[in-house]
Structure formats: C-alpha cells, structure tokens
Design a protein around this ligand. Structure first.
Ligand code: NAP
Length: 323
C-alpha cells in the first residue's frame, strides 16, 4: 500500500526534529571553548550583552562592540567577573575587551578588525546582535490617519519624506550594519578559524508579517536574506539565523520612529534574555542554521502560506492593532 501524501507530510516535522537531536555538536572539537575568539556586535545591552557574558563564563576570549562606551565598560567588568567566578581567572586585557564602534560605519568596523587582528590574530565566532526597532504603522509615519470608513488623506510631501528618512535609519541599523559586519569579517573568519561561525540575531518578524512592524520587519528580512544567500557563497562558515519572538528588555526604546509599544509588556511576557543568549551559543556550537524561539514557530510561520488570514488575525491581536 502506498503511504498517503498527508502521512508523508505529517512525518516531515518528526524527521526534522530527530535529525536535529541526532546532529552532534562538532565545533568544540575543532575550537575548544577556552580558545574560542568571539566578537559580539551589539553587546552593550540586551541579548548581545548576555551572549558576551555567557561566552566569557565558559572561558572564551570576547570582544564586545557597541556605541555606548560607558555601558561597554560595565559589560567588560561583568565578563571578567563571570570568567573569574567560573574558574578561568579574570582574563588579560587581550582576553576580554571592548571597542566603541558603530557597526554602520566602515572605518569603525575596520578598526574593530585591526584591534582583533592585533590581539588574537584571528576570529572564530561573530555574533551580530545589533539592530534597531520601528513601531508604527507605515501610514502613521507619513502622518496619515487610518480609520475604518474614513476616506484616507493623501500623504504630504513632508510626510513621505519623513517616512523615507525613517526607513533609511531602519535600513542603516538593520541592513547596512549587518552588511558591513559581514564584508569586514568573512575573510578573517575563513582564513583564521578551524570552524568559523556567524550568528545573525534576526527576528521572527522577518518571516511572519505583523501590523506596526512594516519597517522593522522588512529591514530585518533584508539582512536575513542577505546572510542566507551569503551562507551559500561561503560554505566554510557555519551560519546561524536566529529568529526569536518578543524578548524582554529595552529594545523598543531604540525605535527609529519613536512609536508607542502596543504589545503586552515585553518584560513580563517576552522571552528571557539569558535563555535567548544560551540558545544562540548552543546553536553556534552545533552549527544549526535556522533557529526559532519558541521552537514551535519553525512550523507556525509556514501557516502563513496555508492560512494567511489566521496568521494576520493572530499578529493583529498580538500588536493590539485593529482597523
Ligand atoms: N527585543 C526583542 O523583542 C527582539 C525580538 C526579536 C529580535 N530581536 C533582535 O535582537 C537584537 C538585539 O535586541 P535587544 O533586545 O538585545 O535590544 P537592545 O537591548 O536595544 O540591544 C541592541 C544592541 O545593539 C547595539 N547597537 C544598535 N545599533 C548599533 C550600531 N549602529 N552600532 C553598534 N551597535 C549598535 C546597541 O548598543 P549601542 O546603542 O551602545 O550602540 C545594543 O547593544 C536586535 O537585532 C533585534 O532586532 C529583538
């Protein structure tokens, strides 16, 4: 008897889950944890900060990058303390250090590369956690009120210009930054590491459309696809695309459109930063490609293609959006 198409399809998630469980972590054999050279861009707060501290805790050498120098100093001290209490000593100046840099600035990132070259002579793991949020519906950015049953006014030239300026800021923070980070470090990773890894901290918003996330999601999606294609061009590097749902913290304060937060309080309902960081590191260790958090979202996003209106309703509910 031939198995039905439905049965075969329903077995796919089970096979994928088994495949992931069976896949053994191999990277640590090539790059021992205490020798791993890790660069975390966007380490002054949030997920990147926790990733940096957790790497330090297991004895890695860590370079932390962000624009806020005073916070980087705090993170540096945090990493040294974590390293020390885990029994690896506080680390020398070249084991844990911060570089104040803007990842959308070419000269800044070349300087980060020079400092790493001098300190370590190479790099094993590059975590890109930096990014900016945007929180308003697109037409609100353009100054157009949208109400059910009310004729829409044309956006003014000023409104269209404002939308363009805000979109450019989102593109800079969510696409150009990751682009510069990749172009700057792909050769160094390839040439100097026995098992190079790039972890792009992206977002579930890149693959599940949501109202009020037009600019955020589309700019995050652009860097996701950039890295997905890049990973085919550079098979020697293990790429991880990390896609969490809402995470606790102050990310929304970085909104380039300074819009209101509409979803339930991320600090009460979001994923925990420490859990997200732990999963990021685990994924880099295992060389996992696409990581969803929560894991169920691996399948939930496919639903959009099967039942888009269901996903749209859920997304509208999440972001408290109605029209
Ligand atoms: N929070 C969430 O709900 C959530 C959900 C899904 C995905 N994500 C993604 O997770 C990543 C981290 O978010 P988070 O929650 O940790 O937010 P966060 O606390 O605001 O951290 C963002 C980090 O990026 C750095 N950064 C931003 N622009 C930068 C620039 N131009 N150059 C260098 N560093 C820059 C910030 O440091 P400086 O300001 O000091 O430069 C900060 O360290 C983002 O890419 C975001 O898209 C977040």
């Amino acid at each position: 008897m031939k198995p039905s198409k439905g049965l075969v399809l329903s077995l796919v998630p089970i096979f994928l889950a088994l495949y992931r469980v069976a896949a053994k972590p191999k990277r640590s054999l090539k790059v021992p944890r205490t020798e791993e050279r890790v660069l975390v861009v966007g380490a002054s707060s949030g997920i990147g900060r926790s990733v940096a501290r957790q790497y330090a805790e297991r004895g890695a050498r860590v370079c932390i990058v962000g624009r806020r120098e005073s916070l980087l100093k705090e993170v540096e001290a945090e990493c040294r303390a974590a390293r020390s209490s885990a029994g690896f000593g506080g680390g020398s100046l070249s084991d844990i250090f911060g570089v104040t840099a803007d990842f959308t600035n070419v000269d800044d990132m070349v300087e980060v590369r020079n400092v790493i070259e001098t300190a370590w002579g190479g790099l094993d793991t590059h975590v890109i956690a930096a990014g900016v949020s945007a929180l308003q519906p697109l037409m609100a950015v353009a100054g157009v009120e949208v109400e059910r049953g009310v004729t829409l006014k044309d956006a003014s030239a000023q409104g269209i210009q404002n939308t363009t300026d805000i979109a450019l800021a989102a593109i800079k923070g969510n696409y150009i930054g990751p682009l510069i980070a990749a172009v700057t470090f792909v050769p160094m990773l390839t040439n100097t590491s026995k098992a190079p890894s790039i972890v792009l901290v992206n977002s579930l918003a890149s693959i599940i459309p949501a109202p009020t996330r037009t600019l955020y999601a589309s700019t995050k999606a652009s860097s996701l696809v950039l890295y997905q294609a890049l990973s085919i061009e550079h098979p020697a590097i293990k790429f991880t695309f990390f896609m969490p749902s809402t995470v606790e913290g102050d990310f929304r304060a970085s909104a380039v459109d300074s819009g209101p937060v509409r979803e339930k309080d991320p600090n009460a309902h979001g994923l925990k930063r420490e859990d997200v960081a732990r999963r990021c590191i685990q994924a880099a260790d295992n060389g996992e490609k696409a990581v969803f958090m929560p894991e169920t979202m691996r399948y939930a996003h496919l639903l959009y293609w099967i039942a888009p209106s269901f996903i749209e309703r859920m997304a509208s509910r999440k972001y408290n959006f109605s029209i």
